[in-house]
Design a protein. Structure first.
Length: 319
C-alpha cells in the first residue's frame, strides 16, 4: 500500500530539501517534543563548508512547560544513509541509530554533553495532502490524528506511556522553502469520543497569489476549507486567527496562541546555500475552535497544550 511518507527526492538532487517530522504532546502535560529527519541537497553533499550544512540531519527539540525549549541537532554523511527508493513502500530512513518508518521512529543523539533517545510507535485514522505542487514541493500529513506510545529519555529523565502522547507526523519536500508561511496543527482530545484535529497552511505563491487550506477531522468526517479569512495580528504577536466554511454549511473559527516561553527560533538553511532564515515555532501552543453547523448548533473545542504554531517571514521578505 502506498503511503504519504514515500521518498520523493533523488539522491542526485542538488537543490532540494525533504523532511519527515513529528510533533508529540505528552499526555501527562509536561511538555512536547519535535523530531525532524532531514535530507538536504544530497547531490551536492548538503551545503559544503557550512558547519550546519550536512546532507543528512536529525533534530530533537524539547518544549518543557513554562520553560525555554532546547534543541539538539546532529549531522551525518550521506554515505551512511539507508533510504528507501523513490516511491517505494514501505518507506524507511535510517542513519546511525536514528530511523523513521511508516508507523514508528527511533533515535539516539549525543550533542553538547546531552544524550537524547527515543523509541516511538504511532497510529492514526486520517492522512491528508495539504499541498502538492509537483517538483516545486508538497506538504503531506501521513498521520494527522496520531496517538504515540513508547519512551523518550533526556539526560536520564524518561517519559514512558501507552499512550505517551498525541500529535502529528508530517512529510514536506521542496525545491526551496517558501518566502512566507503559517502552519498550525491542533489535537483536541474529547472524553468518550474520538479526537478532533485541525491543520491549516498558508504560504506565498508566484504572481502574488497565496495558498490557503485547512482540514478539520471531526466526528469521523473530513472537512476541507480553502476560503480562509485571516485576522490581522499585532506586531510581535505570535498568534493566528482565521475563519473558514465548507460547502455543506459548516462555519469554523480557529484561534492559535503561541505566546510565552515556548516560542523557539531556529535558522533553516536555504537550499541554494546562500545563507539561512529564521523559523519561529511553538510546539506547546494553545488553540480554540468554534464550529457552527448550518442549523445553528454550536460546538466549542479547546486545548491548552495540544497545538503547534509555526510562522515564517512576510509576503515581501525573502527566505
Amino acid at each position: 500500500m502506498k503511503t504519504l511518507n514515500e521518498v520523493y527526492s533523488s539522491l542526485s538532487s542538488v537543490r532540494r530539501y525533504e523532511v519527515w517530522f513529528i510533533r508529540l504532546g505528552l499526555a501527562e502535560g509536561a511538555g512536547a517534543w519535535w523530531f525532524r529527519y532531514l535530507l538536504v541537497n544530497p547531490g551536492r553533499d548538503g551545503c559544503p563548508g557550512n558547519p550546519q550544512g550536512m546532507p543528512v540531519q536529525v533534530w530533537a527539540t524539547w518544549f518543557p512547560r513554562d520553560e525555554k525549549p532546547q534543541s539538539f541537532i546532529q549531522g551525518f554523511p550521506l554515505a551512511d544513509l539507508d533510504l528507501s527508493s523513490r516511491k517505494q513502500s514501505p518507506f524507511h530512513f535510517q542513519i546511525s541509530r536514528n530511523q523513521i518508518g511508516q508507523n514508528s521512529c527511533q533515535g539516539v543523539l549525543e550533542v553538547d554533553g546531552h544524550k537524547i533517545s527515543w523509541n516511538l510507535h504511532y497510529r492514526s485514522t486520517l492522512a491528508v495532502t495539504l499541498s502538492h505542487k509537483g517538483w516545486i514541493g508538497f506538504s503531506r500529513t501521513p498521520h494527522s490524528d496520531a496517538l504515540f506510545s513508547g519512551q523518550i529519555t533526556l539526560d536520564g529523565r524518561s517519559f514512558v506511556g501507552d499512550p505517551l502522547g498525541f500529535g502529528v507526523q508530517g512529510h514536506n519536500c521542496g525545491y526551496r522553502h517558501r518566502n512566507f508561511w503559517r502552519w498550525a496543527h491542533a489535537y483536541f482530545p474529547r472524553p468518550q469520543r474520538s479526537a478532533s484535529t485541525l491543520e491549516a497552511l498558508v504560504y506565498e505563491m508566484p504572481f502574488g497569489l497565496v495558498f490557503r487550506k485547512a482540514v478539520l477531522w471531526h466526528e469521523g468526517r473530513q472537512h476541507v476549507m480553502r476560503n480562509l479569512r485571516e485576522k490581522g495580528r499585532a506586531a510581535g504577536e505570535f498568534a493566528w486567527n482565521f475563519r473558514g466554511s465548507t460547502n455543506d454549511g459548516l462555519q469554523l473559527e480557529a484561534d492559535f496562541d503561541g505566546a510565552g516561553p515556548g516560542i523557539h527560533r531556529l535558522p533553516y538553511l536555504k537550499t541554494d546555500c546562500s545563507g539561512s532564515f529564521e523559523v519561529e515555532n511553538n510546539s506547546l501552543a494553545r488553540a480554540s475552535l468554534r464550529l457552527e453547523q448550518r442549523g445553528g448548533e454550536v460546538e466549542e473545542l479547546e486545548t491548552a497544550d495540544g497545538a503547534v504554531l509555526e510562522i515564517v517571514g512576510r509576503l515581501n521578505k525573502n527566505a
